[in-house]
Design a protein around this ligand. Structure first.
Ligand code: NAD
Length: 472
């Protein structure tokens, strides 16, 4: 690979830092390259640039803001192959997954660029008029995780900019490269200061959440960090959107054809090597079909190749970083220590790379760690049930409330269950359908607020009501 060079983007310019971190390829554990670590001074400079750009960007006609956001999608498309290669290298995902993510990011830019929020006339009577409208907030601090670094950044950039805000964006220190590249390309598309990209460690995230020049934080990451973000954002009553962790249940009813749904169930749980906030993380299967579902899942799992995402045929990559790798290995050790039975997997055998094999745990107790914790790795407990009330109670028996799935031919029954699940999204007989026009957000400790759809766009605004009377 030729030498890679990445810089911060501040006020439309590339900026170096004397401090650097190291990006690691999780499939090989080799160094990819160094990347800049932003200092507090860089952050202050970026916030000042974003504040200075705000007035002009806010007053730029909506159609022009939309055009520029759509042009970000064009830039991603133009550099598609470069992004895909870089994403495989820094995140570890399989090529199909990297193409899905970059394709999604392009689509989001173009679709969010069609959205707008209309003024609402609440009252109109003779000389009196009351109008509520959405006005941009100012500078948005956006903080993203390492599982879908580009797509989740675009989920924030596109609506924030369409709504008239400017932004300081911080990618995860585990996956900064694609986002820095996006910042570099955006410098040719957006006016200076509208989008500033700073890579750095977790402390940079904290500085952003505390910064008085920032009006809102849009954060995607773990619930534990989300709680810290919420605390420090209180300093100037920042607006918040938090997309946090999950422990999503799937409920498989007795009337399913196990063979027919096995593939979809598998990918509901293991896409992106299960580093997916909405991965199915607890699979409740009716006892009448438990053995069939277990057998079909194992059979399908044996057909899926795990390896370096650059290799042909690979569909699952490693975990993204050593910390996560050690955490999931700890979960496997806990299963072993408690004599839980693996239907497949359970042994880490790779000599290099953070590879955890697809692991299905056979009906562990409800209080087992692999059931109660968000694994964020390919370890899935299969759990038996025989009573609908019982399974709804168990599915809801978690602090999280991100998403859930229900699998049945009886759609009325599935809908009845869906209504009682404490989750922001429920998919019936499929999983992971997202759209720029479909609201997404977590209940309980899985988050606060909404991304995507007009609800998501509205989260990048304050409501301003103007009450007018005739002048004398
Ligand atoms: P994380 O919380 O460790 O880190 C997320 C981001 O926060 C990173 O950029 C990190 O540098 C930054 N950060 C760390 N400490 C901070 C602090 N004190 N203040 C501000 N920022 C700080 O999460 P992760 O390990 O990168 O991602 C995995 C988690 O993200 C999982 O729990 C997953 O479920 C969740 N996630 C949720 C969604 C969703 O939409 N709900 C999507 C993807 C991932």
């Amino acid at each position: 690979m030729k030498a890679l060079d990445f810089a911060l983007s501040i006020n439309g310019r590339l900026v170096r830092s004397a401090e650097t971190g190291t990006a690691i390829n999780p499939a090989t554990e080799t160094v990819i390259c160094a990347f800049p670590l932003a200092t507090r001074a860089h952050l202050d400079e970026a916030v000042q640039a974003a504040q200075a750009a705000f007035a002009r960007w806010r007053d730029t006609p909506l159609a022009e803001r939309q055009r520029r956001v759509s042009a970000l999608g064009d830039a991603l498309e133009k550099h598609h192959d470069r992004f895909v290669e870089l994403l495989i290298t820094e995140q570890g995902k399989a090529r199909s997954g990297a193409e899905w993510e970059i394709g999604g990011a392009i689509h989001w830019c173009r679709e969010i660029a069609t959205q707008s929020l209309e003024d609402q006339v609440i009252h109109q009577d003779g000389d009196e008029q009351v109008v509520s409208r959405h006005v941009p907030i100012g500078v948005i601090g956006a903080i993203t995780p390492w599982n879908f670094p580009i797509l989740l950044a675009i989920w924030k950039i596109a609506p924030a900019l369409v709504a008239g805000n400017t932004m300081v964006l911080k990618p995860s220190p585990f996956t900064p490269l694609c986002t820095l590249l996006l910042g570099e390309l955006a410098n040719d598309i957006l006016p200076p200061g509208v989008l500033n990209v700073l890579s750095g460690g977790n402390e940079l995230g904290q500085w952003i959440t505390e910064h008085p020049g920032i009006g809102k934080i849009s954060f995607t990451g773990s619930t534990a960090t989300g709680q810290r973000v919420m605390q420090s954002a209180s300093v100037n009553i920042k607006r918040l959107t938090l997309e946090l962790g999950g422990n999503d249940p799937a409920i498989v009813l007795a009337d399913v054809d196990a063979k027919a749904i096995a593939k979809d169930l598998f990918w509901a749980a293991f896409s992106n090597s299960a580093q997916f906030c909405v991965a199915c993380k607890r699979l409740y299967v009716h006892e009448a079909v438990y053995d069939d579902v277990a057998r079909e899942l194992v059979a399908y799992a044996r057909t899926v190749k795990m390896g370096n995402g650059t290799e042909p045929g690979v569909e699952l990559g490693p975990l993204q970083n050593r910390m996560q790798f050690e955490k999931v290995k700890g979960l496997l050790r806990d299963c072993q220590a408690n004599e839980q039975h693996f239907l497949i997997g359970g042994e880490v055998t790779a000599e290099r790379g953070y590879f955890i094999p697809v692991t299905l745990v056979d009906n562990p107790p409800e209080d087992a760690r692999c059931v109660t914790e968000e694994a964020f790795g390919p370890v899935l407990p299969l759990l038996k049930f025989n009573d609908t009330e019982d399974v709804i109670r168990r599915a809801n028996g978690t602090e999280y409330g991100l998403a859930a799935t229900v699998w049945s031919r009886d759609l009325e029954q599935a809908q009845r269950i869906a209504r009682r699940l404490e989750a922001g999204t429920v998919w019936i007989n499929h999983a992971h359908q997202f759209s720029p026009h479909i609201a997404f957000g977590g209940h309980k400790t899985s988050g606060l607020g909404i991304e995507n759809s007009l609800h998501g766009l509205a989260e990048y605004t304050n409501v301003q009501t103007v009450l007018q009377k005739a002048g004398h």
